[in-house]
Design a protein around this ligand. Sequence first.
Ligand code: SAM
Length: 283
Amino acid sequence: MLALPLRLGAHWPAVQKPLISTSTRWFVFPYPRNVSLNGNSPRDHFDRNVSRIPANSTSITGKTNDFVSVSLPKDSPLFGLEDLLVSFILGKKRATEVSHLVWKSVVQKGDTVIDATCGNGHDTLAMLKMVADESCKGSVYGLDVQEAALQKTSSLLEESVGPSEKELIKLFSKCHSKMDEVLPKDTSVRLVAFNLGYLPGGDKTIITQSETTLKALEVAKSIMVPGGLISIVVYVGHPGGWEELKTIRDFISKLSVEKWICYEFQTVDRSWSPILIFLFKKC
Ligand SMILES: C[S@@+](CC[C@H](N)C(=O)[O-])C[C@H]1O[C@@H](n2cnc3c(N)ncnc32)[C@H](O)[C@@H]1O
């Protein structure tokens, strides 16, 4: 039997005990780390708000004893996406695939969104498909500090979308800490996405840095519309990756629990696997 233990995320070291005992693999189930606990322990809160199905029941894949299924509270911005998130935690779905589906649950046609790290352009293209409507009102602002990345993004868009959709995209050779400078005054943004690290297949020395990532997160926070999302994929397998993650966690720890709901997901048995972070601004 493959019964997977469930434990709370890294933000509460004191309660990082398996909630369902022993097994062959570990994974972290996501949990809103800044949720108000109303005086109860995180464990009490978890028990009240996250229902668990015994590990030996039929799983969401239809197989028995595969993994533990859970459901988030109905008012969670991730409600309904639990199976997808568990698949990520189990290493069955890629970080980008999961983030795109989470973005889809937030982004509406006609929205303004920002790709803070264009890279090869896959995220920019996914965002464009989400915002583009028939009246061509949506906007995607893409930033990267690397010309090679912006060229790759342009080429991908060139071969993937028509001229009217392309009009909705504006690319900038600029650090994401200055993303507000490229927006028209008083623009509200529904999504800012960071896919940190270096350009895959490119120059590995050009890499996101804690200091500018932090500045960019502050700016993203200030332009975010209620109901919007800051989405971050963090890679810790390169030098500076852990430091960047720590900086991001510090930033999150200062967000108001009245205004933000934050989640962090990781496949724990693969310590270098990407970490997914979603920061939802409450309506
Ligand atoms: C992992 S890649 C992004 C992948 C991309 N989103 C995609 O879909 O292919 C990270 C990118 O961040 C860029 N980058 C590094 N520092 C940056 C900064 N300060 N501002 C904006 N982009 C930056 C790198 O040049 C690199 O292209």
